[in-house]
Design a protein. Structure first.
Length: 407
């Protein structure tokens, strides 16, 4: 781990040190903590691994086993979160980033039913390689429309704040005012050809294609110690495509007073898509060989479960919108369809983390916790960009409304 971390440190360490220097000091009054779980939810991929590489679909695993895992999520998540309420009276909310290459109608319908009951929302996750802008746009549009048509999922841009991208005909992506909106996580962390070998993507212009097909923000990072990690660390920013790829490498930090909903013409490749990063931190109490701190990239796994120490480290990064330091954003990630990870969420460990959050950061005087989905987190960020203040809970649906099924 530390060998990999040190090899990639030139990419993330300067940005991390800069993020430490710009942490707000002496913030007075009530602070609000937005907490989001971005789950790369891939039950079929788990069984592909079980079946071994190169196995045909019918040999990847047992259908009943896959369905049973999803049924556990649908039936056990409400019980796992029972009695846990944030400062708004909301239960912990889960965001399932689902992939078209991992899609099956019947299991996703069970997740859609869970979300309709108020326990989360579905967004888009994608693995692709050797792709083109046209091929990527077609994949995103097809899955976006399938999620809406079959399951009533994904949000809608408010008409007064809609993308304004009319990409029929020459653009070919079919996004229009008042259209479907979605959040995005890139498979293998390879957004905009960010891998050194340029594999698992193929599209330097990925941010433009995402924006043109209705994407409101990317939630892929952090990915350190992977070399796909951007140089921007512990911040929320807007990024644009670069001729050589790695569009998320650098960008402009989101701040109060920026007109974040002003979008350029569809043909403009410099559209600044919002990049919502999770916390990247160093855990000094868990030192390697008693000397070096361990790197925490916000991943919840069976070998790195959530603990009070990690929760405190996530909050301590103070990811915020410049000019609104009292609103702190924590986005962690997981692969919840892996059985060992699903047990963390459904059988106790994550509940203890939620309880610690509510005990330590929800006293109503110093802190208030808000459990949010990716869409709600984006909306609150957008409200901050527009200069809104006060209680962020009132902005959960600020620019993008919930999926029709949950209304």
């Amino acid at each position: 781990m530390w060998g990999n971390m040190l090899r990639g440190a030139e990419r993330w360490l300067p940005g991390y040190l800069l993020s430490v220097l710009r942490r707000p000091r002496g913030v007075s009054g009530l602070r609000h903590l937005m907490f989001c779980v971005a789950d790369h939810f891939e039950p079929l991929e788990v069984l592909r691994r079980d079946g071994g590489p190169g196995k045909p679909l019918e040999h990847v695993g047992d259908w009943e086993r896959r369905l049973r895992l999803v049924e556990e999520w649908a039936s056990m998540y409400p019980e796992a979160t029972r009695g846990l309420k944030d400062g708004d009276g909301c239960s912990p909310r889960h965001t399932f980033f689902c992939a078209p290459d991992d899609y099956e109608n019947s299991y996703l319908e069970k997740i859609a039913e869970l979300c309709a009951d108020g326990f989360g929302e579905v967004e888009i996750h994608l693995h692709h390689r050797g792709d083109t802008p046209e091929g990527l746009g077609a994949k995103l549009c097809a899955f976006r429309d399938e999620l809406r048509r079959r399951h009533g999922l994904l949000g809608n841009w408010r008409r007064e704040a809609s993308p304004g991208l009319v990409l029929g005909g020459g653009g070919g992506f079919g996004c229009h005012a008042g259209s479907i909106a979605y959040g995005f996580v890139h498979g293998n962390w390879a957004l905009c050809n960010s891998r050194p070998d340029r594999d698992w993507c193929g599209v330097n212009e990925e941010l433009r294609v995402l924006a043109a097909t209705g994407c409101y923000a990317d939630f892929t990072f952090p990915s350190a110690p992977s070399p796909t990690q951007p140089r921007m660390v512990n911040c929320i920013y807007r990024a644009w495509d670069r001729p050589c790829g790695r569009g998320a490498e650098k960008g402009s930090r989101c701040r109060v007073g920026t007109a974040g909903n002003t979008r350029p013409a569809a043909a403009d490749p410099a559209y600044p898509l919002m990049i919502v990063q999770g916390p990247l931190s160093l855990l000094w109490k868990r030192r390697k060989w008693g000397i070096l701190p361990r790197l925490d990239n916000g991943a919840i796994t069976h070998f790195n479960p959530p603990t009070p120490e990690r929760v405190d480290a996530w909050v301590r990064q103070q990811i915020h919108i410049k000019g609104r330091p009292e609103w702190v954003f924590v986005k962690v990630h997981a692969h919840g369809a892996i059985p060992s990870t699903s047990r963390i969420f459904l059988r106790g460990a994550m509940r203890r983390a939620w309880e610690y959050l509510l005990t330590s950061y929800n006293d109503g005087e110093r802190w208030r916790v808000h459990f949010v989905t990716a869409r709600e987190m984006y909306n609150i960020i957008r409200a901050a960009e527009d200069g809104r203040g006060g209680d962020p809970a009132q902005y959960r649906d600020y620019q993008i409304t919930p999926c029709p099924r949950s209304l």
